[in-house]
Design a protein around this ligand. Structure first.
Ligand code: C2E
Ligand code: MG
Ligand code: MG
Ligand code: MG
Length: 292
C-alpha cells in the first residue's frame, strides 16, 4: 500500500518536473521570438529629488508585450532569460532602447536626464561588456554620464572580484554605477569600501516598514549618514505613502522612487512628467509626523 503511494508520488514529481521543464523550454523559445519580433519595451520610472520634487533621472524597466498573454513583468521572465543566457542580447537591447529614450529627450529640446538600466550577473561575465557599451554610446553621441548601471548588492557580493574590475572599467568611461536593492545582499562594510560606486539604492523592504518598524527607521537613517560620509548619493525605493516620504525627507535622503511619486511610465508620458508637485510647494517636512 505505502509502496504504491510512494510510486505514485514519484511519478507525480516526475511529471511535474517534466511539465516545468517543458514550460521553461517554451518560454525560452518565446523569449527568442520576442527579441526577434520587437515585443520588448521599456517603462521609465521617474526618480525624484526629495528636496524639490523634480525628476532627476529615470529607471528603465523591462516590459514584454506578449502577443497572447499581454504585458509581462520582469518577475515572470528574467530568471529564464538568465538561465538560458538570453539576458545578454536582451540586456544590449535594453541599453539601446535606453539610448533611444535619451535621444528622444535631446530631440525634444529638453534638459536631458540620465537613464538607469538594470544589469544581470550574466552581463558582468561578458569580457567585452564595457567596450561594447562604450561603443554604443559613442555611436549614438550620448555622453556617458547619462547612462547609469544598476547592480544589485547580492550580485555584487557574490562576484566581488569580477564586479570590481568591471565597475572600475565602466566608471573610467564616465558611466555611473548604482548598488540596487541595498540592505538585502549581506555586504560587509569592508567589501563595500573596496567597491567604488556613485549611488546606493535602499531596498523597498526597508521603506515599506518605515511607519511600523523603528529599527528600519534607524537603519535607513544610518545608511543615509554613511552614504553621505562616503560622498555618495542615496535613493529610497518603493515610496508609497506620504509618511514614508516625509520621514525620508526629514533624514536628508537625496532621492526617491515609488508609486506615490510616479509610476513607471511609457516614454511619451515620461518625457512630459512634470515632477512631484507636493514637494515643490513645501520646503520642509510638516511638524506633525507622529507616524514616523
Ligand atoms: P528593481 O531594479 O529594484 O526595480 C524596481 C521595481 O520596483 C520595479 O518592478 C518597479 O516597478 C517596482 N516599484 C517601483 N516603485 C514601487 C512602489 O512604490 N511599490 C512597489 N510595490 N513596487 C514599486 P519591475 O518593473 O517589476 O521590475 C522588477 C525587477 O526586475 C527590477 O527590480 C529589476 O531587478 C528587474 N529588472 C527590470 N528591468 C530589467 C532589465 O532591463 N534587466 C534586468 N536584468 N533586470 C530588470
Ligand atoms: Mg533597479
Ligand atoms: Mg531596486
Ligand atoms: Mg528590486
Amino acid at each position: 500500500e505505502s509502496k504504491r503511494a510512494g510510486k505514485n508520488q514519484l511519478s507525480f514529481y516526475n511529471s511535474a518536473m517534466q511539465e516545468q521543464a517543458l514550460l521553461s523550454i517554451r518560454l525560452e523559445e518565446e523569449l527568442r521570438q520576442a527579441l526577434a519580433h520587437e515585443e520588448f519595451a521599456l517603462a521609465f520610472q521617474p526618480i525624484i529629488d526629495l528636496s524639490n520634487g523634480q525628476t532627476v533621472k529615470f529607471e528603465a524597466l523591462l516590459r514584454w508585450q506578449h502577443p497572447v498573454r499581454g504585458i509581462q513583468y520582469p518577475g515572470s521572465f528574467i530568471e529564464i532569460a538568465e538561465q538560458t543566457g538570453l539576458i545578454v542580447p536582451m540586456g544590449y537591447w535594453v541599453i539601446e532602447a535606453a539610448g533611444d529614450f535619451i535621444q528622444q529627450q535631446m530631440q525634444a529640446g529638453l534638459m536631458v536626464k540620465p537613464v538607469a538600466v538594470n544589469l544581470s550577473v550574466c552581463q558582468l561575465r561578458e569580457p567585452d561588456f564595457a567596450e561594447r557599451v562604450d561603443a554604443l554610446l559613442k555611436r549614438r553621441k550620448i555622453a556617458p554620464h547619462l547612462l547609469e548601471l544598476e547592480i544589485t548588492e547580492s550580485m555584487l557580493m557574490e562576484n566581488v572580484e569580477l564586479a570590481m574590475t568591471l565597475i572600475a572599467d565602466l566608471r573610467r568611461l564616465g558611466i555611473r554605477i548604482a548598488i540596487d536593492d541595498f540592505g538585502t545582499g549581506y555586504s560587509s562594510l569592508s567589501q563595500l569600501r573596496l567597491v567604488p560606486v556613485d549611488i546606493l539604492k535602499i531596498d523597498r523592504s526597508f521603506v515599506m516598514n518605515l511607519e511600523s518598524n523603528p529599527v528600519d527607521r534607524q537603519m535607513v537613517e544610518a545608511i543615509t549618514v554613511m552614504v553621505h560620509k562616503l560622498g555618495l548619493k542615496v535613493v529610497a525605493e518603493g515610496i508609497e505613502t506620504v509618511e514614508q516620504l516625509w520621514f525620508l525627507k526629514s533624514i536628508g535622503c537625496d532621492y526617491g522612487q515609488g508609486f506615490l511619486l510616479a509610476r513607471p511610465l511609457v516614454p511619451e508620458q515620461a518625457l512630459q512628467y512634470p515632477g512631484y508637485a507636493d514637494l515643490a510647494l513645501s520646503k520642509s517636512a510638516p511638524r506633525d509626523n507622529k507616524t514616523c
